[in-house]
Design a protein around this ligand. Structure first.
Ligand code: NAP
Length: 306
């Protein structure tokens, strides 16, 4: 079995070594143009040339959960794309989102400002029933986030394409349910995949339906959000602020107003990183399952776009 690895801006060497150690019977190598045909590929943002050169490849394993960039390439019909599912990302995402929700709810930015002014000031405790959190996208990562938020007893709403039955989570499904979902939520966490349906879905019309004093946490993709609509809604007081991990252009350009906005927190696409060991273990497990003719999780449906 031949396995090829093709990454953009990431050294493939430790991945080649890790996959080779886990699959000694395989021939694992980093892709170079003109390389021999491989059975499986492990990729991150590969060039179109890589796809075109090996039309008989069976499976493409993407070392991330989102496949929006990969699906922009011309893929041969019948090529199976498999994404990471969890592989250590779910707990990272849960800690990032809980941190952002709690930081906002408990007014830690306010305490930081008070400390700068040598000021000892109690703030009135806020009622968590007044901070229902809406998790948009209740898949592998969204479900983990919803469960973690429940540990802190926040009311949790969930929005997905198909209805979900998660204990204690109020489920809203499909576009007709979106207005009710937003009106029932004060903090909005975006964990949807980027597809033609979800692009620009966080806009003036949707964000203004959040409860007054709403707060946005975008950890999915920058192209879900219309940047200027968010800024307008924060500046007119409808929204209290936002924590953003993903941006339309990454790295976020130096002149972008998000950098200097006092109510917007920016992090560099770091909420849930790909962990090499966990990812290699998951991909190798799936390769072996496919060899045995068993189904694997995380197969991308190109029609759905995720
Ligand atoms: N910032 C980071 O570091 C980072 C890291 C990893 C992933 N991500 C992002 O997180 C996204 C989610 O990952 P995941 O593993 O949780 O994906 P997933 O398991 O595929 O879950 C996607 C969820 O979104 C829902 N959804 C899709 N299209 C929708 C629509 N049009 N309307 C409403 N709901 C819709 C799906 O509904 P159904 O359940 O009904 O299908 C599903 O619940 C990825 O696509 C990626 O963009 C970001």
């Amino acid at each position: 079995m031949n396995i090829t690895i093709c990454f953009d801006k990431l050294d493939p060497a430790p991945w080649v070594a890790g996959v080779q150690a886990a699959l000694p019977q395989a021939n694992v190598s980093a892709w170079v143009p003109g390389a021999a045909q491989a059975d499986h590929a492990i990729v991150w943002a590969p060039p179109q040339q890589f796809i075109d050169e090996q039309p008989a490849r069976k499976t493409l394993f993407n070392i991330g959960a989102g496949v929006d960039a990969l699906l922009q390439l011309r893929l041969p019909p019948g090529l199976q794309v498999v994404r990471l599912d969890d592989a250590g990302m779910s707990v990272q995402m849960a800690e990032y989102v809980c941190h952002a929700v709690i930081r906002h709810f408990r007014e830690f930015d306010g305490y930081d400002a008070d400390k700068q002014a040598d000021k000892w000031s109690y703030r009135k405790p806020r009622n968590r029933a007044d901070f229902p959190v809406g998790v948009m996208g209740l898949g592998v990562l969204g479900e983990g986030v919803a469960r973690a938020l429940q540990m802190f007893e926040f009311p949790v709403n969930g929005f997905s394409r198909s209805p979900k039955a998660l204990d204690g989570v109020r489920s809203f499904a499909g576009p007709d349910a979106l207005p009710d979902f937003l009106q029932a939520s004060r903090v909005l966490v975006n964990l949807m995949p980027l597809t033609p349906e979800t692009e620009n879905m966080l806009n003036h019309a949707t964000l203004s339906r959040l409860q007054k004093g709403g707060y946005l946490i975008n950890v999915a993709r920058g192209r879900h959000l219309v940047d200027e609509d968010l800024i307008a809604l924060i500046d007119n007081g409808h929204l209290a602020g936002a924590t953003l991990d993903v941006f339309r252009t990454e790295p976020l350009p130096a002149a972008h107003p998000f950098w200097q906005h006092p109510k917007i927190t920016v992090t560099p696409h770091t909420s849930a990183r790909t962990l090499r060991e966990e990812s290699i273990a998951q991909i190798v497990g799936k390769i072996l399952a496919l060899q045995r003719g068993e189904p694997v999780r995380g197969v991308v449906d190109p029609q759905r776009g995720y």
